[in-house]
Ligand binder design. Sequence first.
Ligand code: FAD
Length: 307
Amino acid sequence: MTLTAQPAAVAAPAWQFFDASVAAVRRLGPSFVRLTLTGPKLAGFGAAGCDQRFKLVLSRDDAGLERLRDRGEDWYPEYCAMPEEQRPTIRTYTVRAVRPERAELDVDVVLHGVEDGHAGPAASWAAAAVPGDRIVLLGPDRPGSGRPWGVEWAPPPAARTLLLAGDETAVPAVCAILESLAGGARSVTALLEVPTADDAMNVALPAGVTLRWLPRDDAPRGSRLVPAVHAALCELGIASTPAAPPEEVGDELLWEVPDTDAASSCYAWLAGEAGVVKTLRRHLVGDLGVPRGSVAFMGYWRQGVAG
Ligand SMILES: Cc1cc2nc3c(=O)[nH]c(=O)nc-3n(C[C@H](O)[C@H](O)[C@H](O)COP(=O)(O)OP(=O)(O)OC[C@H]3O[C@@H](n4cnc5c(N)ncnc54)[C@H](O)[C@@H]3O)c2cc1C
């Protein structure tokens, strides 16, 4: 019997805390601010590009943060065990750009609720940020792909039709993904629902990529995105006859990222408010018969729920 050598298991990355400070603040539009963060250790931040996520750690209690640092990459059980008042506030964001040679990282933060006083801790911090403010990040210490590294964008090599869709919280990831694509061989459509028309940004798009900004204005959340996704799937020929009704997803935050079928000819990446993503899932899988294995559904945040 011949034994075939298995590829060596790839070690999970060491997620670590990075001390940083705000180097620059740039307002991108009514709803977005770009913060450039810097710190010597950021030269070694392990961003793999695309939808790389990381955490902003907003410390309420230095002792609590030190306890997490002491645990290194096993910080999470310690975090769960801490009394609420000691826990740092931790929020997930996307690396918009990284420049290791300058030890810099850009993050684009949605300023939700700032004007009416309902902002959460991260949006409030970003809205008030000025150069010199200190912040702690939690992220991978070397680039990698896949879930352990915080990267979900994984189109199968054979996929020739790609669809990306999301709300304003998905704008940084979608823009970074689009900029990373090589032009030409694939047909790529991106749909982004944003609070106002002035939130549309200039993005360097490779050939074959279509990006549509969908201002929500006063319409309900998702009311521009859901029909636009439907229309795009029909135009792209991805929609077919429904095979079976989708299983209902409960109240938990929807995060369904399948291991994609390498032979699949299409791939969709959808992120945003959990209720809207759930509606999209029901519609795509149930009404349009889009194979579940070809779509990443990611509830990035939930209306009315902090953190
Ligand atoms: C993988 C991933 C990547 C993400 N990348 C980004 C990113 O690059 N930029 C970005 O801005 N966000 C991003 N988000 C979303 C961000 O984590 C949430 O919006 C987060 O809740 C903001 O924290 P907060 O402290 O401001 O508000 P919280 O304390 O979490 O929430 C306070 C209240 O505000 C509401 N709320 C939260 N976010 C929004 C919103 N965007 N619009 C309206 N109401 C809201 C909540 O429902 C709650 O009622 C990402 C999320 C994930 C999971």
